[in-house]
Design a protein around this ligand. Structure first.
Ligand code: PAF
Length: 270
């Protein structure tokens, strides 16, 4: 892949990278479409990255519908589907890891201690392999997006990070490959996550941060079989805790519904 990408780089092609773990849905397709529009070459990487899963997490059960993913790539004019093996990316002797201090330890990182180190290491490798001019990331994983932006800036990667809006089901549920774990009943109640966030964004216009947060938390708690990992209102620029005067604010949550961990967020403005 690196040799092929280098040929395109030398030929003056602009390269777009859409890093994924497969189980492609309309959210991924929106990233692919954006790259197809902006770039001469679109590379989609499909790699269920073991180093971003902690012990007891869903690495083994993570969906891997390879044939369907490749059909989606073909249909959406992807030039290359890059599907490295675990041995290609992380052979036994692999020792180098990339970390983004502090940002990796809060929010999702507080509950998934090795997660972002694994994400950032895999993504750095993908940037180096693809020589991407642009890489596309969904805003559902808002913390991931911010961490990757920081990594790319601090380590002087040539790749420009392109944030892409969350794609939702009609009822509001944010698209995620993990939604396939949900039973019909769980799916039905999960829409209360996006609903609570939407209501929070409305309340934010007139209420205090803590009032907005508490009202959302009490709604999230009512979801049957749910457990809140966190519900935090942070600065959209650096994920620090938001204050009354913070300009751009994001309300981000991680909520378990049964055995499935869902994340979602919303930008809020006064
Ligand atoms: O968001 C994802 O699917 C993954 O975390 C990513 C960015 C492809 C890295 O493995």
């Amino acid at each position: 892949m690196q040799k092929i990408a280098f040929k395109h780089l030398k030929a003056g092609d602009e390269i777009g990278l859409v890093p994924t773990m497969g189980a492609l849905h309309n959210g991924h397709i929106s990233l692919i479409e954006k790259s197809a529009k902006n770039d001469d070459i679109t590379i989609v990487s499909i790699f269920v990255n073991p180093v971003q899963f902690g012990h007891g997490e869903d690495y083994l059960k993570y969906p891997r519908p390879v044939k369907k993913d490749l059909e989606i790539c073909k249909k959406n004019r992807v030039d290359y589907a890059f599907m490295p093996s675990v041995k290609d990316m992380f052979p036994q002797e692999h020792k180098a890891f990339v970390e983004v201090k502090a940002l990796q330890d809060i929010m999702c990182g507080a509950f998934r201690p090795v997660h972002f180190r694994g994400v950032v290491t895999a993504v750095s490798k993908l940037f180096n392999i693809s020589f991407a001019d642009r890489a596309y990331f969904g805003m559902k994983d808002f913390q991931q997006l911010k961490i990757i932006e920081k990594m790319a800036k601090d380590l002087s990667f040539r790749t420009k990070i392109v944030p892409c809006p969350i794609v939702r089901e009609k009822n509001g549920l944010a698209l995620s490959s993990r939604n396939s774990y949900l039973s019909d009943e769980e799916k039905a109640v999960s829409l209360n996550i996006s609903k609570s966030l939407k209501e929070a964004a409305k309340e934010f216009k007139s209420k205090s941060l803590s009032a907005v947060k508490n009202s959302a938390i009490s709604k999230l708690k009512k979801i049957p079989n749910s457990k809140i990992d966190y519900a935090e209102i942070v600065s959209a620029s650096d994920l620090s805790p938001a204050y009354r005067n913070t300009k751009k604010v994001v309300f981000a949550v991680a909520v378990w519904v049964g055995k499935t961990r869902l994340i979602d967020n919303i930008q809020m403005t006064k």
